[in-house]
Design a protein around this ligand. Structure first.
Ligand SMILES: Cc1cc2nc3c(=O)[nH]c(=O)nc-3n(C[C@H](O)[C@H](O)[C@H](O)COP(=O)(O)OP(=O)(O)OC[C@H]3O[C@@H](n4cnc5c(N)ncnc54)[C@H](O)[C@@H]3O)c2cc1C
Length: 401
């Protein structure tokens, strides 16, 4: 058995990306003894078009990470342009300029090789121990059935056993923690969108740009290294029928359909050498917590990528959970009620957005319906920002001004 530095931790967090690393950082900042595990290598990439929404940027700023993202050369995004309709006939565009409130003057879309590493390093700086290359395979239970830690295996093949007061699953869609803890699915969506994306160079963008046409979507997302992440989206069914055997052809056809070439900009730019694809899956919300365990990020809830909201979800969960756990430790709530408060608050904040985005992800809309849905999703995100600002304190109602 691999020797860990402590016989028992206050918390073990499984998964060291945005959800898990942020959770470990916040719990360690509360003075807890925290172990953060991931089976992947430090700094590895993952499927994601990495656009942050305002709630995510706000949290990263409160935690002192946003400046580091900017300092790494991540381009600031101050405008979002929505393109609706048939690009050949002259689409309709709406440009929204970010209001500089609560110290957030820009959004960012950092590569995950940057964001996840900054958060894991911040967890270490806060006193958490981090181990990469450890795959968790099961959970420990005490005599009452309460979750009491994890077991797993490291790269060298040694067994790992970790006792902990709280076990946090930040281990993504196929979460072992969720499965072994018996987290029930609370809500299952019906829409499901596929995404194909790659990194372009020499592509001029105004900020985030989203394109919508019935049955197709696209997004231009400026990221590190002077590159723009360009995704093309459609329903999972159409992806399976038309794109699977010809990803590159399907990508360029979808892009042409959704953007009409973005007024000649795509033709003038350097297309990606490598494409990545996600076939899609219905969104879900799982039970967020139970005796001795909690889930954050995709482990607890998955929202279709077309929302570009999964990272913001994961960061928000980390903040909600850390706040609930801190209240519990200060004796302001029993552990059970602190954890159930975490779950309730997460559900309250996420449910409106999940229901709206499920309809967007289904690609069953015409443009007037889509625009209504996007307005609803924008209101849900504003309510989320307001909830987050209450949680992190000192920001006040001016966030929504
Ligand atoms: C195609 C695509 C595009 C997206 N675009 C965006 C976007 O533009 N904006 C946005 O906000 N969101 C986007 N998302 C969603 C976003 O990527 C996820 O919501 C986010 O990565 C969730 O973070 P997480 O920390 O919860 O989990 P993950 O990023 O899934 O990380 C889980 C970690 O757990 C580790 N792990 C898993 N199992 C184990 C185990 N048994 N033992 C040890 N470690 C384990 C994994 O190695 C991994 O590092 C996109 C998703 C997809 C698929």
């Amino acid at each position: 058995v691999t020797v860990l530095s402590r016989p028992e931790y206050d918390a073990v967090v499984v998964g060291a990306r945005c959800g898990g690393a942020a959770t470990a950082m916040l719990l360690a900042r509360e003075g807890m003894r925290v172990l953060l595990l991931d089976r992947a290598r430090r700094g590895s990439d993952t499927l994601s078009t990495h656009a942050l929404m305002r709630g995510g940027a706000l949290l990263l700023q409160r935690w002192g990470i946003l400046d580091q993202i900017a300092a790494a050369g991540t381009p600031p995004v101050r405008h979002t342009r929505f393109h609706y309709g048939d690009p050949q006939r002259g689409d309709e565009t709406v440009t929204v300029t970010l209001k500089p409130v609560a110290g957030i003057e820009a959004l960012y879309a950092p590569r995950r090789t940057l964001l996840d590493v900054l958060l894991a390093d911040a967890a270490v700086a806060a006193g958490a121990e981090v181990r990469f290359g450890v795959a968790v395979t099961d959970l420990l239970r005490d005599g009452t059935g309460r979750i009491a830690g994890v077991t797993g295996r490291d790269r060298a093949g040694s067994d790992v056993r970790v006792s902990a007061g709280l076990t946090v699953g930040a281990d993504g869609i196929r979460s072992v923690v969720a499965r072994r803890a018996g987290a029930r699915t609370r809500w299952l969506g019906s829409g499901s969108g596929a995404v194909i994306y790659g990194y372009w160079s020499g592509l001029a963008v105004i900020g985030y740009e989203w394109f919508y046409r019935p049955g197709a979507s696209a997004g231009l997302i400026p990221t590190n290294g002077g590159e723009v992440c360009v995704f093309a989206g459609t329903s999972t069914d159409r992806f399976a029928a038309e794109m699977v055997g010809d990803l590159r052809g399907g990508y360029h056809r979808l892009l042409e359909e959704a953007t009409g070439g973005a007024a000649g900009r795509l033709a003038a730019a350097q297309p990606p050498r490598r494409l990545r694809a996600f076939p899609g899956r219905p969104s879900y919300l799982r039970e967020a917590a139970g005796p001795g365990w909690a889930l954050v990020g995709d482990a607890g809830g998955f929202l279709d990528p077309l929302s570009t909201h999964g990272i913001t979800d994961a960061l928000r969960d980390a903040q909600l959970l850390a706040r609930a756990v801190a209240d519990g430790r200060r004796g302001e709530a029993s552990e059970a009620s602190a954890l159930s408060r975490y779950g309730n608050l997460r559900d309250e904040i996420t449910s409106p957005l999940y229901r709206v985005m499920d309809q967007v992800a289904g690609y069953q809309w015409d443009l007037p319906t889509l625009r209504r849905l996007l307005r609803e999703s924008s209101s849900a995100m504003s309510a989320e920002v307001e909830a987050i600002s209450h949680l992190t304190g000192n920001i006040g109602a001016s966030v929504l001004a």
